[in-house]
Write a protein that binds this ligand. Structure first.
Ligand code: ATP
Ligand code: MG
Length: 258
């Protein structure tokens, strides 16, 4: 049974459609790669999936029930890493995580132990008393990941989770996503980085202008398109552009005398 399901989701900003007729199912243990170029509607979908925005049409179901009927219980089972974080700059990393734990009603002692262990594992323990305002981009991203994971979510919604992370952290997170899915967690992984998604995801959904242009298991999507590399699939489906030519045209403009 699907743990998370989108049925004919549509989101309009005013009269402009950002997401149209998006339908997918996510089962426990599956990692769904939600792919598309900039502005194709990925983050809008994420905001609808997490209940931050109401869909204009369609529904999001968690364990068969519309999330809008009980957002509080749904959020208790959800871990979310947003695309951009508004972290409180005056709180330290540890204080921020304690605030999240308190909002999630975790018991104080259990929360403290868990936060310390996760800070240590994400190499943030030495920085736990430093304010978030002076954290680097990658450090802030790791705090967001901890915040999303600390309440043992059943569904993880990740919007470009590797953004700003260094090589070691990227490897850890990729392995972490695999390990979480092996424990039955469902992961919605939103990205435009094909190389990562190709190796990590069991299902793929490709979006263009808010519409689904390919959806299925990674293998099915590959076979249907008849290309082995996802990069080729992506270029074929999404970008009707000669990328080398565009790059050369940009260089021409850059080097042209002003
Ligand atoms: N708050 C908003 N008000 C109006 N239009 C918006 C708003 N947020 C997004 N849009 C528009 O909706 C479309 C989809 O944006 P969205 O942020 O979902 O794309 P994305 O796939 O996440 O892109 P990226 O890869 O750059 O993160 C874009 O055309 C964008 O301009
Ligand atoms: Mg986005």
């Amino acid at each position: 049974m699907a743990v998370l399901e989108a049925i004919a989701l549509a989101k309009l900003y005013g009269s402009v459609p950002a997401v149209r007729e998006v339908t997918f199912r996510l089962e426990p243990g599956q990692v769904l790669g939600y792919l598309g170029p900039n502005g194709s509607g990925k983050s809008t979908t994420v905001k609808v999936l997490t209940g931050l925005l109401q869909p204009t049409h369609g529904q999001v179901l968690f364990e068969g029930k519309d999330i809008q009927r009980d957002l509080v219980s749904y959020r208790k089972r959800l871990g979310y890493v947003p695309e951009e974080a508004n972290l409180y700059p005056f709180l330290t990393g540890e204080e921020y995580l304690e605030m999240v734990g308190t909002l999630r009603a975790l018991s104080r002692t259990r929360m403290k132990t868990k936060i310390s262990s996760l800070l240590e594992l994400f190499s943030l323990f030495p920085h736990r008393h430093v304010s978030l305002g002076s954290y680097s981009k990658g450090m802030r991203q790791r705090v967001l990941l901890i915040a999303a994971l600390m309440d043992n979510p059943d569904v993880l919604v990740l919007d470009e989770p590797l953004s700003g992370l260094d090589v070691t952290s990227v490897l850890i997170i990729k392995n972490l996503i695999r390990a979480l899915s092996a424990r039955g967690k469902a992961v919605f992984y939103c990205s435009h980085i094909l190389e990562v998604v190709e190796k990590l995801c069991s299902q793929l959904l490709i979006l263009r202008n808010g519409q689904v242009i390919a959806y299925g298991s990674t293998e099915e999507v590959r076979q249907r398109i008849g290309q082995s590399s996802l990069e080729h699939i992506f270029l074929q489906l999404v970008e009707d552009k000669d990328v080398a030519q565009v790059a050369n045209e940009i260089v021409d403009v850059v080097v042209s005398p002003s």
